[in-house]
Design a protein around this ligand. Sequence first.
Ligand SMILES: [Cu+2]
Length: 354
Amino acid sequence: MSTTLLVFIAFVLFVLVVFQLARTTEYVALLRGEDKAQEDSDKINGRLFMVFMILGLAAMFWSVFHYMPYMNLHAASVHGEWLDSMFNVTLFFTGIVFMATQVMLFYFVWKYKHHKNRKAVYYPENNQLEMWWTVIPAIVLTGLVIIGIYRWFQITGPEPSDSMVVEITGQQFLWNYRYPGADRKLASHEFEYINNVNKVGIDFNDPSSRDDFMATEMHVVVNKPVLLRIRSKDVIHDVGIPYFRVKMDAVPGLTTRFWFIPTVTTEEMRKQRNEPDFNYEIACDQLCGKGHYAMKGLVVVETQQQFDAWAAKQQAFYDVNVKGTDEEKHFAELTVQLKEKKAKEAQKEEEHSE
Ligand SMILES: [Cu+2]
């Protein structure tokens, strides 16, 4: 006999049992008197509502305080503090409404359960009441939206002029970091130049490319604005740095950006959290393939002095990987090909427009 059939028979028997139980209850009710049975049932249900409310709210408070340390990471960037304060203000107002409505909902079910001497009141409308519960939420929500938009424009607006630039390029399944070097100018790039050596397609014809260097982790300076130029080589990734409240998609064929100001050095955070091994981590926030979990990046927040010492130790990518190698010849060939291709495209376009 198949399992499906057994399950089906069990289900039919279960329905029969429930049906018989219901009928028994009805007979008992007849014997004891319909009204009395109804009243008892109402009483039990009313009390159960109160028990459910108390246990439910207690469980909610417990879980909030229990999980708070895991969810509420100390913000380590300027805009992170703005976002957190907005979150707290929103939570304050919605929390009041949540508590008031939930308590009223359950309390009223218990308080106004059926009673034979009580009649329901016909109360179709109260314009004044409706006006207040429309106007008050409208004012509160408008306030929240105005603060939100103001902060949004600040966060997504142009970066401060003294920002340092870091390019971060996602690929399946790692992050590539590029720094502009001493000239503080990131060289331009072309996807056609990407290969096993030139991993992010740096255009070495650009004079500012010669001092660009690649790093294995991201180093930034505390209290100094950082502009991330974000790219992807294959699919959509996402630069997520929870402690900085940074989150921005890396989209193939497009450079996205996000600027932020880190406020706590890695060292300070280690002391604060009493975790000597603590590190700021980048996680890819888009499910980007089977090795998605491996896209962990490291961010080191340090003082200007420490950063300068680190940067001085980095070697220019061009000097190490390109100069005097096969890659140099290969790059020259690619440049010619690309020029021809672009010339052809331009010609085609001209023919089109004629
Ligand atoms: Cu990814």
